[in-house]
Design a protein around this ligand. Structure first.
Ligand SMILES: [Zn+2]
Length: 149
């Protein structure tokens, strides 16, 4: 992370602090503008790589057996593993769901059996498209704010 940041500001490294800060501000503005343009083409509720992950993970569900105990809890058994899934807590004993914010294979298998598989409700908020589209941070509005300074 620090190496990429240093490469990012290399040309401004020997400049006075004010120029360095201004250059970093401009680069951040450009980066946000580019991200805003890219994210404006996203049509789903989740970012594309998460949509793809969910499509992929749900194709592997036939290798597991589900032993449901309540509406939101189940044991999911694979060939060499067994994990407890709690949909309400967004928790699986394998730990992947808690760490990544995306349902692991065990929880995905269980979610597929529920009546309404609203995947966006099981994915961490950071993977929702609305988090990436900031109308107030478009390049035009940012430039208007910056020009006042
Ligand atoms: Zn799991």
């Amino acid at each position: 992370m620090s190496e990429s940041f240093n490469a990012w500001v290399e040309e401004a490294r020997n400049k006075p602090v004010v120029d360095l800060v201004d250059m970093i501000r401009a680069k951040i503005m450009e980066q946000r503008s580019q991200r805003n343009v890219i994210s404006s083409s996203w049509r789903g509720q989740l970012v594309p790589h998460v949509e793809e992950y969910i499509r992929d993970i749900t194709t592997r569900k036939e290798h597991f057996i589900i032993r449901q105990s309540t509406l939101t809890k189940a044991k999911v058994e694979g060939l060499h593993e067994r994990h407890a899934v709690d949909l309400e807590k967004k928790d699986c004993t394998c730990g992947v769901w808690q760490k990544s914010g995306m349902p692991c294979i065990h929880s995905a298998v269980f979610i597929c059996t529920t009546q309404h598989s609203l995947w966006y409700t099981y994915v961490d908020d950071h993977y929702h498209v609305y988090r990436y589209i900031h109308k107030s941070l478009t390049q035009h509005s940012y430039l208007c704010v910056v020009s006042v300074i």
